[in-house]
Ligand binder design. Sequence first.
Ligand SMILES: O=C(O)CCC(=O)C(=O)O
Ligand SMILES: [Mn+2]
Length: 205
Amino acid sequence: MNVQGSFFDDRDAREISLLNGELVYYPQFFNTVDSDDFMQKITNTIDWKQESMKMYGKSVLFPRLMAWHGDATMSYRFSGNTFTPADWTPLLLQIRDRITPISGHSYNSVLLNLYRNGNDAMGWHADDEPELGPQPVIASVNFGATRRFLLRYKSDHRQKYELPLEHGSLLIMKGALQQYWEHQVPKTTKVSTGRINLTFRFIHP
Ligand SMILES: O=C(O)CCC(=O)C(=O)O
Ligand SMILES: [Mn+2]
C-alpha cells in the first residue's frame, strides 16, 4: 500500500499522502460539547429527504437522508439527480466559517447526509463532477456514530485505505484524490445510532 502517514501538532492533524491523492484528518476538530449540540440541532432542524436514484431503469431510494444548502441559484448533479440548494442556516454558516481558514478554501455549498443507523450507507463513488473543478478540496465534517470511510484506487482495487470518521472530526480531501480514488461508507451491523456527514464543496457556476 502506498501510504505514508505523518503526524504534526497542529490540532492533532494527521496528513495522509496516498498515491495521487491527499487526506488531512482532524479527529477532534470540534469539541464534544459543540459536537453533541450540532448533532442534535442538525438532526432536528434540517428538512431531510430520502431522495431516489435511477438504477437499471428503476427508481431506487438512497439508503440515507439528504439535504443540500448553499449560495442561491446554483444546481448540482449527483448520482443522476439535480439538486437546488436551500439557504444556509446560521449553524451551517458557523461550521463553514470554522473550517474555511483551516482548509484554506472557500465553500459555496454543503451536502448533508444523515445515516439513521448502520443500515444506511453510501456506495463507491468519487466526487468528480465537472462543476467541482479538476482538483476539488472537499471538507467533510462528522457528527454522531463513528463509521468506516473506505477508499480504493480506481484502476487497482487492491490499493485501499480506511479510516474511522469520529464524532466532531474534519476530513479534508484534496489533490487528485477524486480523480484517482473512490470512497464509500459501508453498511454495518455494529452501529445502531445516527451519524451526520456534511461535505462542504465549492461549485463552479
Ligand atoms: O458520509 C461520508 O463520510 C461520505 C460522504 C460523501 O462521500 C459524499 O457526500 O459525497
Ligand atoms: Mn463523496
